[in-house]
Design a protein around this ligand. Structure first.
Ligand SMILES: [Zn+2]
Length: 265
């Protein structure tokens, strides 16, 4: 009799344990926002690690489709967070930084094939520059017309937002890039990406004052909120994620949590 009571007790403790762990995990869930750079079959020694081959990118997109991920525009992720709404499972957003020409040549046809929306952050003063392999205004227009791709500002010149940047040039980088992009695209530009993902309270405030609705960083760490729409954390998808198992872990929604645990140690 005693033994049976003990078993029931242990069973209840076990169920409570499972329930609490599930609740804990749910609270650690973070919408994965993927950050790509160049999608190219060609090697480029200066950004070697940041290049993802087109066939790998296609395989990753196929993985998202096959496993019924809900690929949404970045602005929708920010809206859900801002409005404190319940985020549907497997929600994910795709972004590209720096505006490589190959985003048009290689990534765009694959995005169209899967009908996945994405945001591309362009460096205004580098648009159309062949030396840096940058996308042109015509290609930007074609991508925008598809309705799938949204463009955001990644400043005028991609400076490192350190304390040395004067208030004047900080303002110019953040505001003028928005104005130029809006004029060229004929629509409002709501999103901003900090150069090399780094920001501080000054640049964050400037982004808000300039009228953006969201900004993306890389991963500034545990000390920063997961729900700050002006410093959204992102996952860098590089050559190292060619393995689909690693890609699955990264897109699980728990990768930031795991990474931050690791960093603490
Ligand atoms: Zn960049």
């Amino acid at each position: 009799m005693l033994k049976r009571r003990r078993l029931v007790f242990l069973g209840i403790v076990f169920l409570i344990g499972i329930f609490l762990s599930a609740a804990f995990l749910r609270s650690r869930y973070n919408v994965p926002i993927l950050m790509y750079h160049s999608i190219s079959p060609k090697p480029n020694s200066s950004i070697e690690l940041l290049i993802v081959k087109p066939e790998i990118f296609r395989r990753q997109m196929r993985f998202l489709k096959k496993h019924h991920y809900n690929v949404v525009p970045l602005s929708s992720v920010a809206d859900l967070i801002r409005d404190n709404k319940k985020i549907p499972p497997r929600t994910i957003a795709i972004t590209f930084d720096d505006g490589y020409k190959d985003n048009y040549t290689y990534a765009f046809p694959i995005l169209k094939e899967y009908n996945f929306p994405a945001t591309v952050f362009v460096i205004i003063n580098e648009i159309g520059r062949p030396a840096q392999d940058r996308i042109s205004w015509d290609e930007i227009a074609l991508m925008q017309e598809s309705g799938l791709v949204t463009f955001g500002s990644h400043t005028l010149t991609h400076p490192y937002f350190s304390k040395e940047v004067s208030p004047g040039s900080l303002k110019k980088e953040i505001r003028d890039s928005k104005k130029i992009l809006e004029k060229k695209l004929g629509r409002k530009v709501d999103s901003f990406a900090y150069p090399v993902g780094r920001f501080d309270s000054r640049s964050r405030q400037e982004v808000i004052d300039a009228g953006y609705r969201l900004a993306v960083a890389s991963n500034p760490g545990k000390a920063f909120s997961d729900r700050d729409v002006f410093a959204l954390k992102r996952l860098r998808i590089s050559r190292n994620c060619s393995n689909l198992f690693i890609f699955w872990v990264e897109t699980s929604g728990y990768y930031n949590f795991i990474r931050e645990l690791k960093r603490k140690k």
